[in-house]
Design a protein around this ligand. Structure first.
Ligand code: SF4
Length: 253
């Protein structure tokens, strides 16, 4: 899916196309986080629980970095960091770089950690540009089997797998996320391959399992059943039994 996103004009202040912000979040990375949800995604996942973020939206608002810094500053005393999510955060790489660079060089904000929540489609050169101002990345590896990944997202997973490797090599990979969908991502062969992939990076890497839920998804996503906690626990046990030491469970999809 090609996504056209506005960029700052020459001479215009850097900014981002923002769908919404959350002044304090406890689920978008470590500690209390100011979270920014960007408009636009290059995947089209049937499980997407916020599909209004995928394409264009007249609800989204071009927001300058200065304006975002002002909002963050108002909450800075209570924050551990800032997370940029989406949509897909890295589609707006120039604005993302400008925001994180500004945070790192602002004496009032430099204590905040900078994280992205990503679908993993940024290329290696993009990650290398971002790394100096990025503290951590949480990446969705939605399936290790390429065909399964295509069924879920509409695209193959080669870029995602490469991003996980690049982020790990850069020391910025903090969490891998697997959405557990019964009949799709919970099969033993898939899980054994998934565990082997994570082990090849680091067997102690946190892997967060999320149960598939229907909340917010489009009609096509309702063809797949919601995932029971029993299934999530079984998946966790399988991954642990294949060498992963930090498998976490969550009820959020
Ligand atoms: S990558 Fe995330 S935001 Fe993009 S379509 Fe998939 S679930 Fe939605």
């Amino acid at each position: 899916m090609n996504v056209l996103l506005p960029q700052a004009e020459p001479g215009q202040d850097a900014g981002l196309l923002v769908a919404s912000t959350l002044p304090v979040s406890f689920v978008d990375g470590p500690g209390n986080r100011f979270t920014i949800f960007l408009q636009g995604c290059n995947f089209d996942c049937f499980n997407c629980h916020n599909p209004s973020l995928i394409g264009e939206s007249n609800q989204a608002c071009w927001t300058t970095v200065d304006s975002l810094l002002e909002q963050i500053r108002a909450h800075a005393a209570f924050l551990s960091g800032v997370t940029v999510s989406g949509g897909e955060a890295t589609l707006q790489l120039e604005g993302l770089l400008a925001l994180f660079e500004a945070i790192k060089t602002d004496p009032d904000l430099a204590h905040l950690t900078t994280f992205v929540d990503t679908n993993g489609t940024l290329d290696e050169s993009g990650w290398r540009r971002l790394a100096p101002v990025l503290d951590g990345a949480m990446i969705d590896v939605k399936a290790i089997d390429d065909l399964t990944h295509r069924i879920i997202t509409g695209q193959g997973n080669a870029e995602v797998v490469a991003s996980a490797r690049t982020l790990h090599a850069l020391g910025r990979l903090t969490e891998v996320r697997l959405l557990v969908i019964e009949g799709l991502t919970d099969g033993e062969a898939e899980l054994i391959t998934y565990a082997a992939f994570v082990r090849s990076l680091d067997p102690t890497l946190p892997v967060r399992l999320m149960a598939y839920r229907h909340h917010g998804v489009r009609e096509k996503g309702r063809r797949w059943p919601e995932t029971s906690s029993v299934t999530v626990e079984a998946v966790a046990e399988t991954l642990r039994s294949h060498g992963l030491t930090d498998v976490r469970t969550s009820s959020v999809s």
